[in-house]
Structure formats: structure tokens, C-alpha cells
Design a protein around this ligand. Structure first.
Ligand code: FES
Length: 190
């Protein structure tokens, strides 16, 4: 499964400017950092909130705002999977494929979700509701395998819990699963 989010080049929807009503918020973000450049991530986050996903023109606007070359903003946006570089379904399903999750069945979970969501080669479901992405570690390694759906973590996944989660999202009643016990390894300190 490839994804438009894998590609370092985002499409363009035409030049944009910050909405006038949000200029105070932009200024507020800039004022919180010692340099304008340091505000790149919160500004990308704000831009994603406004335009839903980040195309090249949105990245150029952020670059103008913090006075750096667009390539610098593009590099940051490309590195972090939390920044969307293409349109997605209502639910962005990000499944961790890094070592801890891989060792306890992430690949099987991904294959199960591909089938259950009926996604195309770009990870989009035919009903437009879901986008499925493989991502690297989401910092929940002790409760692997796991996935993030929009802002929510679902952990210790099995094919069955995945089905329950999908059914809940489809019905508009997202499932709330209790946080699992997390494995903790301790090492003797000499
Ligand atoms: S390896 Fe999957 S959350 Fe860290």
C-alpha cells in the first residue's frame, strides 16, 4: 500500500493568505518563540486546521511568515506523518509498523484493515470515510500493536478489536477502549 503522503511533493490548490480573523493567532504563535523559524510546527498545525491538508502553496505561506525558504518548511512537513500532504478521509487511520509493533503482528493488522476498509492503492476507502497509512513509531510501544485514528490511540489491537473500532466509527459512535496495562521492563543498575 503506497500513499500520497509518502511523496515529498504535495499538489497545489492555488495561492493562499492567512484568514484576517486568524492573524492575531498567527502573531501570538510567533511571539511565543525566540525566532520566527522556531514557530514552523505550530504554524503548520494551524494551517492544517484551516486548510485540512498542506499543499505547496500553504507551505509557501508558512515559509513567508517565518522568513525561510519554502524547502525548509517542506522538509519539516514531509518528515512528520502528523502533517497531511494530501486529502484524506474523515478518519485518518495510522498504523505503526515499527519494530515493537511489527514483532507483535502489525503487518497482520494492516492487512486486516486494508481488507476491512476496502482501501485502494493510496490507502483511501471507496466510501471516502477512511485513509489508512503505515507510519513509524507513535510512542506507544509498550501497548503494541497500535494505531492512531485522528487524535485517538487504539492499543493492543487484534483483528476483532479493529472490526469493533471500524464499526463504531462507521456508525458515528466511536468506541472508547480502556488503556491497556503497559509492559514495563526494568534493568538492574550496577
Ligand atoms: S513501535 Fe509501534 S508505537 Fe513504538
Amino acid at each position: 500500500m503506497s500513499s500520497p503522503h509518502d511523496a515529498p511533493v504535495a499538489a497545489s490548490r492555488g495561492p493562499v493568505e492567512w484568514p484576517e480573523t486568524l492573524l492575531p493567532q498567527v502573531q501570538d504563535i510567533l511571539s511565543r518563540y525566540p525566532t520566527k523559524q522556531a514557530a514552523v510546527m505550530p504554524l503548520l498545525w494551524l494551517a492544517q486546521d484551516i486548510w485540512d491538508w498542506l499543499d505547496l502553496d500553504v507551505m509557501r505561506l508558512v515559509a513567508r511568515t517565518i522568513e525561510v525558504p519554502p524547502s525548509q518548511v517542506h522538509a519539516v512537513a514531509s518528515f512528520y506523518s502528523m502533517f497531511k500532504k494530501a486529502p484524506t478521509g474523515k478518519y485518518l487511520v495510522q498504523v505503526c509498523q515499527t519494530l515493537s509493533c511489527a514483532l507483535v503482528g502489525a503487518e497482520g493488522i494492516i492487512k486486516h484493515l486494508e481488507k476491512a476498509l476496502d482501501v485502494d492503492a493510496h490507502g483511501n476507502s471507496k466510501d471516502g470515510l477512511f485513509t489508512l497509512l503505515r507510519v513509524e513509531c507513535l510512542a506507544s510501544c509498550g501497548s503494541a500493536p497500535m494505531m492512531q485514528v485522528n487524535e485517538h490511540f487504539y492499543e493492543r489491537l487484534t483483528p476483532e478489536t479493529c472490526d469493533q473500532i471500524i464499526a463504531g466509527l462507521r456508525s458515528g459512535k466511536p468506541l472508547s477502549l480502556p488503556r491497556p496495562e503497559v509492559d514495563v521492563w526494568t534493568f538492574p543498575v550496577s
